[in-house]
Design a protein around this ligand. Structure first.
Ligand code: ASP
Length: 324
């Protein structure tokens, strides 16, 4: 069955015959919306998954970057998209923190989306421009206390994992730095490499290669325990900031109302992608873990998202982090 992809016509067609709609799905290109600029970790993960999912679905899955406001601009757009399976969305832990960070959102992280499945998990890393003065975490903490006015901290906007990490860090050390928002940590990394900004807390997905080649200086990881690919970096939790923990997980979503059979097909493609050898190898090179196949499911993401919303709400309120 062919349907026109235009607002109410889609609804009519889906309502009339959801089974045959799902049977034909997908019969054209699917767009995977990335809520950050190209070149950053979410974009990297999305492109790997899109390729493998497209192979599985026998249709192209293209990535569209809709950056800004820590991912909330893209989320609002996807929430209003046709629920036909041809527009899907990837987002990270920021999808769970946005409801607490923003006083007003024009969508609901839970009610405006159909979960497709969890995808990946990665540690973040606290990194600095190559010639930043402090040589380890201890030196960094004392340097920041003495030089807070002149130290800048990049992030990808309120709602980004880099923002959350930076805010938790500043709150833990009781020192406020000047934050510099970007549309994603891809462009932020370019400025860090160029020395235009001093510090950033971003996923290993984006930083590992630059740490290994010595182009950025690294201080710590945000997982609670040490990370095999970065054995020299202490967890922040054991480097003077007890309890500090941030794990940046990604999940895929469709707009609310996307037929369950279509969501299940997309979820099947995601399950294929997370165990695809090329995807696994590339992610391993980026210190990023694909989830086990049985977590790339709507139920697993629904439960995880809810648990993360419940977990981060009190932490964010306690740290007093809000956007207008
Ligand atoms: N990792 C980034 C963040 O949330 C966003 C991105 O993937 O560009 O800070």
């Amino acid at each position: 069955m062919k349907i026109k992809r235009a607002g109410s016509l889609v609804w009519l067609a889906l309502a009339a015959s959801p089974a045959s709609y799902a049977a034909d799905f997908p019969d054209k290109t699917i767009t995977l919306i990335v809520p950050f600029a190209a070149g950053g970790p979410t974009d990297t993960i999305a492109r790997l998954l899109a390729q493998a999912m497209g192979n599985n679905l026998k249709q192209q899955v293209i990535v569209e970057n809709v950056g800004g406001a820590g991912g909330t601009i893209a989320a609002a757009r996807v929430a209003r998209s046709n629920p036909d399976g041809y527009t899907i969305f990837i987002h990270h832990v920021g999808h769970a923190t946005a409801p607490s960070l923003y006083r007003k959102l024009n969508y609901s992280s839970i009610d405006s989306f159909e979960p497709i499945g969890l995808a990946t998990d990665a540690t973040s890393t606290l990194v600095a421009r190559k010639d930043f003065p402090a040589k380890d975490v201890n030196e960094l903490l004392s340097y920041l206390k003495a030089n807070k006015e002149k130290t800048t901290l990049a992030n990808a906007g309120i709602g980004a994992a880099s923002h959350l990490c930076g805010m938790l860090f500043m709150s833990a050390i009781g020192t406020e730095l000047t934050t510099v928002p970007y549309k994603g940590t891809g462009p932020a990394m370019n400025d860090l490499l160029g020395g235009q900004v001093d510090l950033m807390c971003d996923q290993a997905t984006n930083t590992l290669g630059h740490i290994k080649s010595g182009k950025v200086k690294a201080y710590a990881v945000t997982y609670k325990t040490p990370v095999a690919s970065l054995p020299d970096l202490p967890p922040l939790a054991s480097a003077g900031l007890p309890g500090f923990e941030l794990s940046v997980w990604h999940g895929l979503y469709a707009p609310k109302g996307t037929p369950a059979a279509v969501v299940n097909k997309l979820s099947g493609a995601l399950q294929f992608a997370v165990k695809d050898p090329t995807v696994k190898q590339r992610l391993a090179e980026l210190s990023t873990d694909p989830v086990a196949e049985n977590r790339a499911t709507p139920d697993a993401l629904r439960a995880h998202l809810k648990a993360e919303i419940d977990k981060w709400g009190p932490i964010i309120r306690k740290a007093g982090i809000y956007a207008e």
